[in-house]
Design a protein around this ligand. Sequence first.
Ligand code: PNS
Length: 168
Amino acid sequence: MTPRPRRAVCPGSYDPVTSGHLDVIARAAALHDEVVVAVLHNPAKAGTFTVEERIAFVRNGLAALGVTEGVRVEAFGGRLLVDVCRDLEADVVVKGLRGTTDFAYELPMALMNRHLTGIETLFLPGDTKFEHVSSSLVKEVARYGGDVTGLVPDEVRDALVTRLRGDG
Ligand code: PNS
């Protein structure tokens, strides 16, 4: 019997994707047959970037890292992660952890998701060089003119400057 592919879901808002996210997705892809990057968004709330922009940033960022095989990026609005995972027939959720604050935030969600459907969450330690990087902090720095080069793909950096500094 051919074993079924191991499919992982990397969920997030990705508004926008950071270099830390991309590192975790690339490492998840190396560990699984398939990875679905699930861009989860609240349809009632406008983000900084549209869902289409977020998807394109993730796709382009992964391509720039040479991660093209076995990864797809899809958007899901207004749904529970566990329901998305069930529809995708995912085996596991993969999340990156930057430290104890992330763990405190992620642990109840992992336990709730397991409570709801039994799906497990695997935590990958984030690369320490991205320990201080989050979508919200990168946006704040960019909004006030700070340089976020290297913390996000260049395309995202340029879009942040345009969107948050008032030209777009
Ligand atoms: O990038 P983020 O904002 O840390 O991602 C959080 C996200 C989107 C993965 C989380 O809020 C989520 O899973 N949302 C979907 C709705 C849901 O399932 N909520 C219950 C979680 S126990």
